[in-house]
Design a protein around this ligand. Structure first.
Ligand code: SF4
Ligand SMILES: [Zn+2]
Length: 309
């Protein structure tokens, strides 16, 4: 087992970040209800590093090594919203757990609640084991609906315990049951090619099984996240043959199979996925197809290329 000390020791340098400015923000689109398109303002907040040390995580690169200073989160939201067009939904992603008060100080809640008032939905990220009363309280205080995004990663029985996430399948069932009973919506992050699974077919199979499980738990949206190296330990595992990067083909397969379930929304994360492809001829067209499928939630004809058998 690789513990947090080894994971930390192998890390490359973190990026320089400023607690007054979000490290990134953008407007994106997602399908809404009844075939509509929703505009989403996504703010990647700069805050305290997550207290978990998941093996595959690289979100720590844009975090602070100390508790988020009070007032900083509200300032960052103002900074981003002043520069973004109007939107229906707001995502506040803090590279950690929204309901960890060292990451999002309690004293910032009134300011946050005021800023998110114009939005129909507020999406935040949080570890399943940190979902409790504070989520319910926050949901009651905001104007729109709350959705909590959680890393389920994989339900592979040998792989999940090795991710150092301190999460079991039962924990996930418990968290989703709790959130569901409190009418809080949920989305799950599912890994394509977690470490320790090095056969392409198995990777497709387990990502699909994980998405199916998430839907069975009442999750409304699943995002397929292709894993990557670059956080130190993943690079070491890749050198040792214990991790292989996913292929574009695998991402397409899992996405198509999961959409065909018609049990909820599925998104293929297409951010920076150039590394999944080794064919310059078809990559852009295939990426565009995935983006269109994200938006329509419908299968689109496959792209033909000499590199695809
Ligand atoms: S819980 Fe999420 S943010 Fe925290 S270390 Fe794990 S993957 Fe990273
Ligand atoms: Zn090709």
């Amino acid at each position: 087992m690789h513990d947090r000390y080894e994971i930390e020791r192998l890390r490359p340098k973190r990026n320089e970040v400023n607690p007054e400015i979000p490290y990134h923000f953008l407007q994106e689109e997602e399908p809404g209800e009844n075939g509509s398109v929703q505009k989403i303002n996504t703010i990647f907040l700069t805050g305290k590093e997550c207290s978990f040390r998941c093996l595959m995580c690289d979100l720590w690169k844009n975090t602070l090594t100390y508790p988020t200073p009070p007032g900083a989160i509200v300032k960052q939201i103002d900074y981003a919203l002043a520069r973004l067009p109007k939107a229906d939904v707001i995502k506040l992603y803090n590279s950690s757990n929204f309901f960890d008060t060292k990451a999002i100080p309690l004293s910032d809640y009134p300011g946050i609640i005021e800023r998110v008032r114009p939005f129909k939905k507020v999406i935040v990220e949080n570890h399943p084991n940190l979902c409790g009363k504070s989520c319910v309280d926050f949901n009651e205080k905001i104007n729109g609906k709350l959705e909590i995004a959680m890393g389920l990663e994989t339900i592979h029985p040998d792989v999940l315990p090795k991710l150092n996430k301190r999460l079991t399948i039962d924990d996930f069932k418990k968290a989703t049951g709790f959130l569901r009973s409190n009418k809080i919506q949920m989305r799950a992050f599912v890994l394509l090619n977690p470490p320790f699974l090095t056969d392409e077919k198995e990777n497709i199979e387990w990502a699909f099984k994980t998405i199916k499980f998430a839907f069975e738990c009442g999750v409304g949206t699943c995002s397929i996240i292709p894993t990557r190296s670059g956080n130190g330990i993943m690079d070491m595992l890749e050198r040792n043959g214990e991790y292989i990067p996913p292929t574009l083909h695998a991402l397409e397969e899992v996405f198509e199979q999961s959409l065909a379930l018609h049990q909820g929304k599925v998104f293929a994360d297409t951010w920076d996925i150039g590394f999944l492809s080794d064919c310059a001829e078809c990559f852009e067209a295939r990426k565009l197809r995935l983006e269109q499928m994200n938006l329509t939630q419908k299968f689109q004809e496959k792209i033909k290329c000499n590199c695809i058998q």
